[in-house]
Design a protein around this ligand. Structure first.
Ligand code: CU
Ligand code: ZN
Length: 169
C-alpha cells in the first residue's frame, strides 16, 4: 500500500477514535449462576437526546424478564453487588419510554421477552440517559436480567433474582 494512503487511513482512524466520550458501549451479559447458560449482548448508542439500547439474550426461560440498569458496575454475589436501580433523582420505578425520567429510573427498560427457544431481543430508547459522564451517565454500571417479569410495581418491579449481568463499557 502507498505510504500516503496508509498515513491518511491512520489519521482518519485517530480522528474517529478520539471523540469527547464514547458514542457506543456494550455490556456482555453472562449468567450469574455457575451453571447458567445465559449469554447476551447489549449495545448502547448515544443519540442527541438519549440512549438507544439494543439487546439480545439467549438461553432464558420462556417469558418475561425484568431488564434494568443498576447503580454499581459489579456482577459479583450473583448480581447483588450491582446494588439497586440506577436512580439519581430518587424517582419511582417505571418504564422510561412510557413514564419518562420524572416517573421512572433512567435504566428502567421494562422486560425482555424470551420465546420458546429462550431467545429475547429488545430495542428500547432511554430518553435523557447518556454514555457521557454526568447525572444520567450509565457508563460502567451494570445491566441486570431478572428471573421474573417486571410488573412495574414499586419500588423496583418485583422481578426477583438476578440471573444475568453485564457491565456497560
Ligand atoms: Cu433490576
Ligand atoms: Zn427502576
Amino acid at each position: 500500500m502507498h505510504y500516503r494512503i496508509m498515513m491518511a487511513l491512520v489519521m482518519a482512524g485517530m480522528c474517529y477514535s478520539s471523540p469527547v466520550w464514547a458514542k457506543q458501549a456494550k455490556a456482555v451479559i453472562a449468567g450469574t449462576a455457575p451453571d447458567s447458560k445465559i449469554t447476551g449482548e447489549v449495545i448502547l448508542t448515544d443519540k442527541d437526546d438519549g440512549l438507544e439500547v439494543e439487546a439480545t439474550v439467549d438461553n432464558l426461560s420462556p417469558g418475561k424478564h425484568g431488564f434494568h440498569i443498576h447503580e454499581h458496575g459489579s456482577c459479583d454475589e450473583q448480581g447483588k453487588a450491582a446494588g439497586g436501580h440506577f436512580n439519581p433523582d430518587h424517582a419511582q420505578h417505571g418504564y422510561v419510554p412510557k413514564d419518562g425520567l420524572t416517573k421512572a429510573h433512567p435504566g428502567d427498560m421494562g422486560n425482555l421477552e424470551a420465546g420458546p427457544d429462550g431467545k429475547a431481543t429488545v430495542k428500547v430508547f432511554l430518553k435523557g440517559a447518556s454514555l457521557a459522564e454526568g447525572h444520567y451517565g450509565v457508563m460502567g454500571k451494570a445491566v441486570i436480567v431478572h428471573e421474573n417479569e417486571d410488573d412495574f410495581s414499586q419500588p423496583t418491579g418485583n422481578a426477583g433474582g438476578r440471573i444475568g449481568c453485564g457491565i456497560i463499557q
